[in-house]
Ligand binder design. Sequence first.
Ligand code: GLU
Length: 471
Amino acid sequence: MSTPPRVRFAPSPTGFLHVGGARTALFNWLYARQTGGTLVLRIEDTDRERSSEAHTQVILDGLTWLGLDWDEGPLFQGAHADRHREDALRLLAAGKAYKDFMTAEELTAAREEAKAEGRPFRYHRAEVGLPPEETARREAAGMPHAVRFAMPDEELAWDDAVHGRISWQGRDLDDFIILRSDGTAIYNLAVVSDDVAMRISHVIRGDDHVSNTPKQIALYRALGHPVPTFAHVPMILGSDGKKLSKRHGATAVGDYREEGILPAAMRNFLALLGWSPGNDDEVLPLDEVIARFDLGGIMTKPAVFDTTKLEWMNGQYLSMLPAEELLAPVERELARLGIDPAGRDLLPVIEAVKARSRTITVVAEQVAARLPGATLPRDDKAHKLIDKLGDRFAINLGLAREALTAVVESAWQPAHLETVIKAVAEEGGLKLGDVMQPIRVALTGGTVSEPVHELLAVIGRDESLRRITAA
Ligand code: GLU
């Protein structure tokens, strides 16, 4: 039996948990859960200036909210600076890296010279490096130096689990710095050093890292370690085809949480962002995603982040979930809106509105609109309806009120109320909609809701009649 995979999610705590990061985390998590593997969480906090503990916390909270747990960590990259340095020095001792005493000015001059002569600039020891005597002189003088990796002249190729074969030539890549003159390791070395130490078998990460991979492969080989499997997941674009950014709306997972998206819906949505189950299935329970997920099903072309689809997905989850499960988030939302349900049983109200709502926030607003004392601003569609019906708005509402007033409390039930409203329309020779819509506007301020007889039942007799009279 082969050893179960070890994967990692390695965010840099330099910002919030971006939806792209969350998607990468999810794919790693799905792979680990499906294969009985291990997910390591590694916080890549080596950029001291941009990293913060607050961001780390936001990332951990975001993962937890999404229901993504990890088996090891969080480990902090910064805590392993010594190992990174040792690995670099090992390469230096083995002659696979060299000391570079070139100053920043000299480097710039070399670049400009190449540009002036119209040749591509590549930092290769033989072409760009200082003459050996000069290197020796600077070394003897104790001048500061970086350590550069001597890029081998060989093919650096891998079978990407998503993209298939990708191949680079070492000679097309620079001898890149692995250790700065202050003794800190550069990104690519730190990542490889950590992935080796953590025995990572599969690196599942964003497409933006494809160009790092050949350098990392060269480092694995130089350090004498097997190269892991790489899977580069496609970028996420906004609906206009441009890289997803703030311009497209919320990009932080926390914003969607605020907007009332359910974690289960977000997870389902993210799973389908770049991965296909192989057919048109959209609403996939988590168990099924775990069972069906495969790296080969990840698409090579960029995924489009469609907010409308996310809301639709959320609506699907809202209608599937029992009202009980929505109670706590709705109560939180009501509290945020400053609304006190005053001991009212909210479950039937949530039940009535959840199927027609796309977010928890909307559920809460709809619930609030059905509680006594709600303010009911009329929306545009309501105004249009009133304009269209003219006098009939008040007349029809009056007829409905008369009939509904005759319904006693114990008979105030959906089925009976439906019969009463139908009778009003029939007796008055009116279109059913012309009776129902005015009631809806009177009860909610809008023209869309659950069926009117259910709406009346949810709001209750006294409050319904009060609203109709007020309208
Ligand atoms: N820290 C890197 C990032 O946030 C990920 C590194 C990796 O996955 O190899 O983009």
